[in-house]
Ligand binder design. Structure first.
Ligand code: GLN
Length: 335
């Protein structure tokens, strides 16, 4: 009997999300929600003053399948700022506009092994490795990616970027003005990073404008459902499975997911991949998205972070749910 149950679990995994019943998927979300609801670990980010004030109790889970079915548990209405999760979609937009090699050539697709806002990482890559050896999910690479977006005016670039994020989420997104102002008033380090990338000619012009747009992109407000739809767009070959609109070309997705796999959870990306096998991205606002290619996108929002800067509850809940649904692509049965 036990063997049959295990076999069924693996068979479900191989066959795709459609093979999992609504009750199984909803059950996995409910179980993870209940298990971590009272967990009291971690702390809101406070280096951006507005983030310290966000309600630490917000806890929402959403999963959107590649067929466009939506499952939720907990608070999926409250919004937080998207923060670093935005980096994934800016990278994708640059690849959409300039081709899959643009990011690899200008920025790099390798892990830095250092904090997301490390200046040493830039120096190290430049002096010792000799060039584009970082990635677009750490701030120097992310600000460079933002500087590469097509458009002449700040307004034009911004409207196009917000439109792209909105297409991925399936609704018109907006900016949390308080977070944007708070982060703008305290982003001197990111400005210095922008200038450093300009000095090394990764950024070709107007580094402060790129940093400003980057800061605004980090301030976009999202709920767990928005983030899950964005992740599901990546899981479904660039087509938002809820709206049915092709937001980006399918050919850029493998590169986007590869960079998420190597750098999505900062210094803990290796540990994360070890336990889930899923490309993911976290933000200091408390969100994490993960992508089960061809199956589903999942997102959890919960602001308290661990020492590496990743939401404590979100990591635990996504790991439980994706493993319960057999989503680790590295786990296969021998033939
Ligand atoms: N806007 C934040 C920053 O640049 C994003 C950081 C993050 O989410 N890791 O510091």
């Amino acid at each position: 009997m036990k063997i049959l149950v295990i076999w069924l679990a693996f068979a479900g995994c191989a066959a795709g999300a459609a093979e999992w019943s609504d009750a199984q998927i909803q059950g996995a979300l409910n179980a993870a929600y209940a298990k971590y609801r009272d967990l009291n670990e971690g702390k809101n980010a406070d280096y951006i003053p507005a983030l310290a004030k966000v309600d630490a109790k917000i806890y929402g889970i959403a999963l959107v399948t590649a067929e466009g079915k939506v499952y939720t548990a907990g608070d999926v209405k409250s919004q937080v700022s998207i923060q670093s999760i935005s980096k994934v979609f800016t990278m994708a937009k640059v690849m959409e506009e300039q081709g899959t090699e643009a990011i690899e050539k200008r920025i790099g697709v390798d892990p830095t092994g250092m904090r997301f806002n490390s200046i040493v990482a830039v120096e190290w890559a430049q002096k010792l490795l000799g060039g584009p050896e970082i990635n677009p999910l750490v701030n120097p690479g992310a600000i460079t990616a933002t500087s590469m977006l097509a458009g002449e005016t700040r307004e034009g670039i911004w409207n196009s970027l917000l439109g792209f994020y909105s297409e991925c989420a399936g609704r018109r997104l907006g900016v949390d003005k308080e977070v944007f102002e708070s982060e703008s008033a305290t982003n001197q380090r990111n400005q210095a990073i922008g200038y450093l990338m300009y000095a090394y000619e990764f950024i070709k012009k107007e580094p402060l404008r790129a940093t400003d747009i980057y800061t605004e992109q980090c301030s976009v407000s999202v709920n767990a459902k928005d983030l899950a739809a964005m992740a599901a767009t990546l899981a479904n070959g660039g087509k938002n499975p809820v709206t049915g609109r092709q937001v980006m070309k399918a050919e850029i997705i493998p590169g986007v997911l590869a960079v998420m796999a190597i750098a999505g959870l900062y210094d803990d990306s290796g540990k994360w991949l070890y336990h889930t096998g899923l490309p993911a991205k976290s933000g200091v606002g408390g969100g994490i998205i993960a992508v089960a290619p061809g199956r589903f996108g999942i997102a959890v929002i919960s602001p308290p972070l661990d020492a590496a800067g990743n939401s404590v509850r979100a990591q635990k809940a996504i790991t439980d749910i994706s493993n319960a649904l057999g989503a680790n692509p590295y786990r296969v049965l021998p033939r």
